[in-house]
Write a protein that binds this ligand. Structure first.
Ligand code: GDP
Ligand code: MG
Length: 457
């Protein structure tokens, strides 16, 4: 997986400290493969990686991340940006009802999604009405009625022409289809909603198996008749490389304000999301993740970015490292270490603060490959112990912190009193600390490496 490859890349890059062209190229090769694996359309992959390359080569060297991590972060930020950044909310009409029209190929999941969105909005306190303007197939109207039923919302259909048992309003229309005129049905549905106080109208439309000019014309006619506040383009996440052409066709044919990515519960890694968002510039608003009406999610660009890159927890790790890691502080430590200055309690306190900033250290280590054993040890560690140690160090004077050997009996008693511990606890800390100093001196003689976390309880 990309995770494994990146871990290897990170290893190779460690300690180089600067983004070289070959570092960037190596990481971008991995990214390109991951995008193609995720079924992102080839032209989109090319354009995307070109942009990344420019940004990565021009980027200032990060203080907190190694070069490999830094490239991955740039890639991730850019993915999220293209996928729409912040999740966009539905635009509601100033004067209800809000009209939402669905468009997309046959089988893409429009009718199913009409029910899902209906339920979602109903659960938020709205009164949605589903309108069956797919008169292409005999079953389509019945299917929408069934879906509406499951969602617990009402539907408006041509033949029955009624809304949930209210007075019948027959719409004959002189459409080109044997089941009636979809434009007239859509218009009548909005009329009913206005009349009866529904605040949302969701219009289901017909689709064809492939892009088709008649179909586009019909969708356009419906759109012009009802002037929707949102046109949502529903696309099957499994469509793969065809995503680009299909999205272009619907954008040119009807245009849309947002995208629904359906069948994300399948194997698809979601490359279609990047393809569609990238070529249309329209935000993806919802994900459809199953056949039931409850299977709808608000689309999260950040989650999709990590699904596409398949990076698991690597990104979380980067985020935490970035927050916590103060490379300047580490460099200062390193300088002291090499200058043969003794490790002091002040350094010790700084390291403690760095550890604390890392937040949940256990989960952080749990995410790093091969750290399971270390995590077990950490689980045995009482975090309150950290606080006690910190309290003791804070009770020392600056002189004492840099001259631990000078901490005699009366000083120990004072420190114990000031930090609310016993003198024997202070003694233990000083013993451990001297052990740590000794270890540091040995490491230095051994020729280097960064000091770890000496003196930790
Ligand atoms: P439409 O032709 O665009 O209206 O598509 P439908 O809503 O009729 O869906 C076509 C098929 O895909 C149906 O069998 C649905 O049950 C199925 N389907 C729709 N959305 C999803 C989804 O998110 N996940 C899965 N697994 N199946 C879906
Ligand atoms: Mg349908």
């Amino acid at each position: 997986s990309l995770s494994d490859r990146l871990t290897a890349t990170f290893k190779n890059l460690r300690g180089k400290g600067r983004l070289s062209e070959s570092d960037v190229n190596a990481t971008i090769r991995d990214i390109r493969m991951a995008l193609l694996d995720a079924d992102v359309a080839l032209p989109v992959v090319k354009e995307f990686t070109r942009g990344i390359r420019e940004r990565a080569l021009g980027a200032e060297v990060s203080q907190a991340l190694n070069p490999g991590q830094q490239v991955v972060k740039i890639v991730n930020d850019e993915l999220i940006r293209v996928l729409g950044g912040e999740t966009r909310q539905l635009t509601f009409a100033k004067k209800p009802p809000t009209v939402i029209m669905l468009a997309g190929l046959q089988g893409s999941g429009k009718t199913t999604f009409a029910g899902k969105l209906g339920k979602l909005l109903k659960d938020q306190g709205h009164y949605p009405l589903l309108v069956a303007a797919d008169l292409q197939r005999p079953n389509a109207v019945t299917q929408l009625e069934v879906v509406a039923d499951r969602a617990g919302v009402l539907s408006f259909a041509p033949e029955r022409g009624n809304v949930g048992g209210h007075d019948a309003v027959t719409e004959s229309g002189e459409g080109t289809r044997s089941f009636g005129d979809p434009v007239a049905v859509a218009r009548a549905g909005v009329g009913q909603a206005t009349l009866r106080g529904y605040d949302i109208v969701i219009i289901d439309t017909a689709g064809r198996l492939a892009v088709d000019e008649n179909l586009m014309e019909q969708a356009r006619d419906i759109r012009d008749a009802v002037q929707p506040d949102e046109v949502l383009f529903v696309i099957d996440a499994m469509i793969g490389q065809a995503a680009v052409d299909t999205a272009h066709a619907f954008q040119d044919g009807v245009d849309f304000t947002g995208v629904v990515l359906s069948k994300l519960d399948g194997d698809a890694r979601g490359g279609a999301a990047l393809s569609v968002a990238s070529v249309t510039g329209r935000p993806i608003m919802y994900a459809s993740v199953g056949e039931q009406v409850k299977d709808i999610e608000v689309f999260h660009p950040d989650r999709m970015a990590s699904r596409i890159l398949d990076m698991g927890d690597v990104l979380t790790l980067i985020e935490q490292a970035e927050r916590a890691f103060d490379r300047q502080q580490a460099a200062e430590m390193h300088r002291k270490f090499m200058a043969e200055e003794d490790f002091t309690f002040t350094d010790f306190l700084e390291q403690m603060a760095a550890i604390k900033k890392m937040g949940n250290l256990k989960s952080l280590l749990g995410m790093m490959p091969g750290m399971g054993q270390m995590r077990d040890q950490l689980n045995a560690l009482d975090e309150k112990e950290f606080d006690r140690v910190e309290a003791m160090v804070r009770s020392m004077t600056p002189f004492e912190r840099s001259h631990p050997k000078q901490i005699n009996g009366s000083r120990r008693a004072r420190i114990a009193k000031g930090s609310g511990v016993t003198v024997s606890e202070v003694n233990q800390l000083l013993e451990r600390f001297q052990g740590a100093q000794k270890m540091m001196r040995q490491m230095r003689r051994g020729g280097g490496g960064m000091p770890g976390m000496p003196g930790m309880p």
